[in-house]
Design a protein around this ligand. Sequence first.
Ligand code: UT7
Length: 333
Amino acid sequence: MNTPTTAAITAVAGWVPEDRLTNFDLEKMVDTNDEWIRTRTGIEERRILKGEGLATSDMVAPAVLELCKKRGITPLDIDCLIVATVTPDMVFPSTANIVCDKIGATNAWGFDLAAACSGFLFALTTGATYIESGRYKKVVVVGADKMSAIIDYTDRNTCILFGDGAACVLLEPNNEGYGVKDSILRTDGSGRPFLHMKAGGSWKPASMETVANREHFAYQEGQSVFKFAVKGMADVSAELMERNNLKAEDVAWLVPHQANLRIIDATANRMGLPKEKVMINISKYGNTTAATIPLCLWEWENQLKKGDNVVLAAFGGGFTWGATWIKWAYDGK
Ligand code: UT7
């Protein structure tokens, strides 16, 4: 019997800017303090992309080049490149287009996918279907955000949370059952008042007034999002385990979106997983939106083993949320 083709992750890469913004730096910018930030969120510092003319694509390009190098391919081998982001270089063309140009991926097509903090999971599931269908052999899935471009550094409710970064995975066909096994993805647009950017879209195009009202920054009602996030991420992860008959002892790793340590803990508890099985790097990078999950995979790649059951889980603006089960396809070095 033929095993159906699955989409296996065959390499992971990432890129973060050098510049760090610490809690102590933020103490000098807004009315906050290191203790509040650490205990309420788990964040200690974030990376910030500084420099004239640098955009999300400038983080993605080196990450994808590293990915190709690791796998021993060139950008010309890429069939399709999907960039999950809410901070594209520009409204159009897509960041994927710009990245393909910058790295010379002239055989690839691609597009951006906007699902906020769940963007990587949505893009991964989308990319996996292209592989499963047999249409493409090498799909690059990226999660990248330059959140510093849309953060109001006078608003202590949001500026302490976010950072910049990019990471990506390569998807290739597998016929031994490794790769993306199942995904549950959800959206609920009625959650939009709690987390959004008010202006700059077709609803409220940019004007002197929108700029004066600081409506081009991310707006969040933290407490409301927190409540939905705790429930959404834990529920969907438990549902994914149940429908695939995965017990806590079967799961090697939980890779949660890094928005708040308390949300991560709630999800791990619901899944019955001890802390040692949870990838957590929020203290170093803060919330990099679409990049958090692939950045974790990048950092923990060497600890992952062929056959590991890995559960990815996210919740974000939209609302969007979801969980994905992956059977890891290779041993870390
Ligand atoms: O990734 C996309 C999805 N986003 C999320 O998952 C984020 C979800 N939300 C959160 O993580 C949390 O709601 C926050 C970290 C944003 C806020 O934590 P919280 O425990 O919900 O705090 P809060 O908003 O209820 O504020 C508690 C207090 C308030 O003071 P009073 O009213 O009790 O006097 C705030 O004014 O903390 C105050 N506060 C701060 N104090 C120091 C709010 N921000 C700060 C700050 N520094 N930066």
